[in-house]
Design a protein around this ligand. Structure first.
Ligand code: ADP
Length: 309
């Protein structure tokens, strides 16, 4: 088996007294999409920045990171040439138009002009932005800016694409388009590392992920398998305490109850039992569904993925 593209071993990072990343270890093999999933403040971006050399490991023990065999703290440029980075913020140059933003990066990578022209056309087409090639940045929607930044990250034909919260704030349609493009890149053999606090994003595009909370790894694995292994498959969500008290007497021992805010979640492996239980409830008072990564996160951390740490 080939060497992993990214290897992190017991990595730590402090900001003053705050330990943002704690003893984090994981490895990312070639041609998969690997996710760092966790709520805001979990340490995902900090870990990400250390991987592409934008942030140093400076607290003891610092741990080790290697990307294509290079140490990001010593050889960040070697990693930059093999990677494309999509940062969290839209850092496009507002003074330049769409293709000029891409040309600037081609010069940075020493891509000769005729090849740059070809590459830009190809990537604008791939990200469905061809009709915007001369548009000013301020004329683009949030989703178009995001797609342009992804196109920019692909100019140097990277072997590793790093994306920090790629679809935060975008509408579902654009989000699905971006997921589609990322899946396409993976099929071409690209390795993808992304951070997200959207469990749906992690579930749909990650082959493997770690669930992070307060700088620590809490679980690691394939998202579908993690859900299968660590949580009851069905959940009945009851919207009001009053509705819950109506069915409470009929709930069996083998259910697990999670109360979070006004909603009560009844987890069970027995779908039929939950279906029978809802017969005492009115439409609109409940939602019966399969369990997901959000439920798993809640189970292992006691808080929601959308909570801020
Ligand atoms: P996430 O990407 O999961 O939202 P971050 O890595 O941005 O989390 O943040 C992890 C922790 O480190 C948080 O407590 C955050 O406030 C803190 N932090 C992040 N960046 C800095 C910084 N530049 N200076 C001080 N604290 C920071």
């Amino acid at each position: 088996m080939s060497e992993p593209v990214i290897k992190a071993v017991r990595v730590n990072k402090c900001y003053g007294n705050v330990r943002a990343v704690k003893n984090l270890s994981f490895s990312v093999p070639e041609s998969i999409c690997f996710g760092l999933l966790g709520p805001n403040g979990a340490g995902k971006s900090t870990m990400m920045r250390m991987i592409y050399g934008a942030s140093d490991r400076d607290c003891e023990p610092a741990g080790e990171i290697s990307v294509f065999g290079f140490n990001p703290q010593i050889e960040p440029l070697a990693i930059k040439y093999l990677s494309g980075v999509v940062p969290q913020e839209n850092n496009l140059d507002e003074e330049l138009n769409v293709e000029q933003n891409l040309y600037v990066f081609c010069r940075f990578y020493n891509i000769p002009r005729p090849e740059a022209r070809h590459r830009i056309d190809e990537l604008l087409h791939f990200m469905e932005l061809s009709d915007k090639h001369s548009a000013r940045i301020r004329e683009l929607s949030g989703g178009m800016k995001r797609r342009l930044i992804i196109a920019r990250a692909l100019l140097n034909k990277p072997k590793l694409l790093i994306l920090d919260e790629p679809t935060t704030g975008l509408d579902p349609q654009v989000r699905h388009l971006i997921w589609d493009k990322l899946r396409g890149l993976k099929r071409q053999g690209m390795t993808i590392l992304l951070t997200t606090h959207y469990m749906e994003e992690a579930f749909h595009i990650c082959d493997n992920l770690i669930i992070m909370n307060k700088g620590e790894k809490r679980l690691e694995g394939n998202p579908q398998e993690l859900v299968k292994k660590h949580i009851e498959p069905f959940v009945l969500e009851i919207n009001t305490p009053e509705a819950y008290s109506r069915i409470k007497p009929s709930l069996q021992q083998n259910t697990r109850i999670d109360k979070n805010g006004g909603t009560v979640k009844v987890f069970s492996s027995d779908q039929l039992f939950l279906q029978k239980a809802v017969s005492r409830l009115n439409p609109g008072e409940y939602f019966l569904r399969q369990s997901n990564l959000e439920d798993l996160f809640l189970k292992i951390t006691g808080s929601s993925l959308n909570a801020v740490q």
